[in-house]
Design a protein around this ligand. Structure first.
Ligand code: ADP
Ligand code: MG
Length: 435
């Protein structure tokens, strides 16, 4: 039993409110063939959509089998649409690139019926509408009447309690319309069929009850339901669901129907991904190269570690302070001040530090020291000890080899760095070439 109580549906178009359905109360029996008649725009489609759960009413109530739908959740509506309602549209609403069989099977897919069962039931429904030999055709290869039959088969395949048809013959010639009406009459034998039509003749001839609407209101009902027995008949229905594999195969089929687009999209997508990959590898390579150049460049500059070091900045600031003090003392009238110059410099010298070079050498020679030795070109250890070495075997008699006499004569004797620049190393130094 389907009961509509004072149903109102408002649409907002701009600032204006359109009352598509304006207070409709009507009760339908479980088994009858109702035609809804009325001029265009009087709210027939809107009303049918509300009954079918495709649209929500603004106010009023729709009572299904004694239960109000006011508290229906989205899942309840899904179950209702999938198991209790079959829809037939004027424009068929078929999926044009799928076969007739697939179109009919589709509504079972949503109901979670296994594949074999789906096919069996779809073929049975197509047989009922006289299309058993056309199941592999595509809707595009069919006439309007045949397409509407497919749509009817699709509506019937779930064996719904209610079949809703919105101007099912609206796009068909009169001969085909009669065939479709015969089919609907047959269907209405054991269920409720509500059909919207603008054709009063067909309505009179085939339906058992005619409801006329005007401006969203009912103006006549040929066979109203007198009293309503309020009994709640709760039926347990399976919730609509789709298996993972069904969803996957449907998506795959869908992709395959638009091969060109799928291919182009994948191609464009891969260009993007490959592009990012290329840029990443290029930047990685350039970064590596920069690091290598930095290492090579730095390796050309010698770094000298001495056992004693002095913080030059402390000495500098000590001297700056002294200067400041002298300037300040000049300001004072006729007085002589002292400046602790020597003390400050001594202070800064005493802040010199000692490096533990013996430990550092051990570290360099250990495995951990590889980090240094692998980037350095050469390491030279000098021991702060200069022995005077002579060569007696030369053509000129006794020649002083170390410290080199030439360097001495040029006046560079104190500058170790200049000596090594000339390639003259003290024989007392230990040199290790790493590269
Ligand atoms: P019928 O099917 O009887 O021709 P409809 O139910 O389609 O009439 O429409 C009833 C009224 O509601 C019309 O005036 C229409 O313009 C309006 N209407 C229908 N749907 C909408 C909508 N989505 N938005 C705004 N107005 C709508
Ligand atoms: Mg309409």
């Amino acid at each position: 039993m389907l009961q509509c109580k004072n149903i109102v549906k408002e649409y907002y178009s701009g600032d204006e409110i359109v009352h598509a359905v304006n207070g409709l109360s009507v009760t339908f029996r479980d088994n009858e063939f109702v035609s809804i008649l009325g001029p265009s725009g009087c709210g027939k489609t809107t009303f049918l959509n509300i009954i079918g759960g495709l649209d929500q009413y603004t106010s009023g109530d729709l009572i299904i089998n004694g239960k109000s739908t006011k508290e229906y959740t989205d899942k309840d509506w899904d179950t209702y649409r999938n198991h209790r309602i079959g829809f037939i549209f004027q424009s068929y609403n078929l999926i044009m690139h799928q076969s007739v069989l697939k179109n009919v099977e589709m509504s079972l897919t949503l109901s979670g019926v296994p594949k074999e069962e789906r096919k069996k039931r779809a073929i049975a429904a197509l047989e009922k509408v006289g299309l058993k030999d056309q199941i592999n055709k595509k809707p595009t290869q069919m006439s309007g009447g045949q397409m509407q039959r497919v749509a009817i088969a699709r509506a019937l395949v779930n064996d719904p309690e209610i079949v809703l048809a919105d101007e099912p013959t609206g796009a068909l010639d009169s001969e085909t319309s009669v065939q479709i009406m015969e089919l609907l009459k047959e269907i209405a034998r054991d269920r409720l069929v509500i059909m919207v039509t603008h054709n009063p003749e067909l309505a009179e001839r085939y339906s058992t009850r005619i409801v006329r609407l005007k401006d969203g209101k009912m103006i006549s009902d040929s066979m109203p339901v007198k009293e309503v027995k309020e009994e709640a008949k709760e039926q347990k229905l399976k919730r609509p669901s789709m298996s993972f594999w069904t969803a996957l195969s449907l998506s795959f089929n869908n992709l395959m129907t638009k091969k060109g687009r799928t291919l182009l999209t994948s191609f464009a997508g891969s260009i993007g991904i490959i592009g990012i990959g290329l840029i990443m590898s290029l930047s990685n390579g350039v970064q590596d190269y920069i690091t290598r150049v930095e290492n090579d460049t730095m390796a050309d500059y010698p770094i000298e570690l001495k056992d004693n070091t002095m913080d030059m900045s402390v000495m500098m600031s000590a001297m700056m302070d002294m200067q400041d003090e002298t300037e300040a003392s000049e300001m004072e009238d006729g007085k002589i001040t002292t400046s602790k110059m020597v003390e400050s410099i001594l202070d800064s010298i005493s802040s010199s530090k000692t490096n533990n070079l013996a430990e550092f050498k051990k570290y360099l020679e250990s495995d951990q020291g590889d980090e240094f030795t692998s980037t350095a070109k050469a390491i030279e250890y000098s021991y702060g000890m200069d022995m005077t070495v002579f060569n007696s075997n030369s053509d000129y008699g006794l020649v002083r080899v170390s410290p080199n006499e030439l360097i001495d004569k040029l006046g560079f004797s104190q500058m170790g760095q200049v000596q090594s620049a000339f390639g003259v190393s003290s024989p007392m130094n230990q040199e290790i070439w790493t590269q």
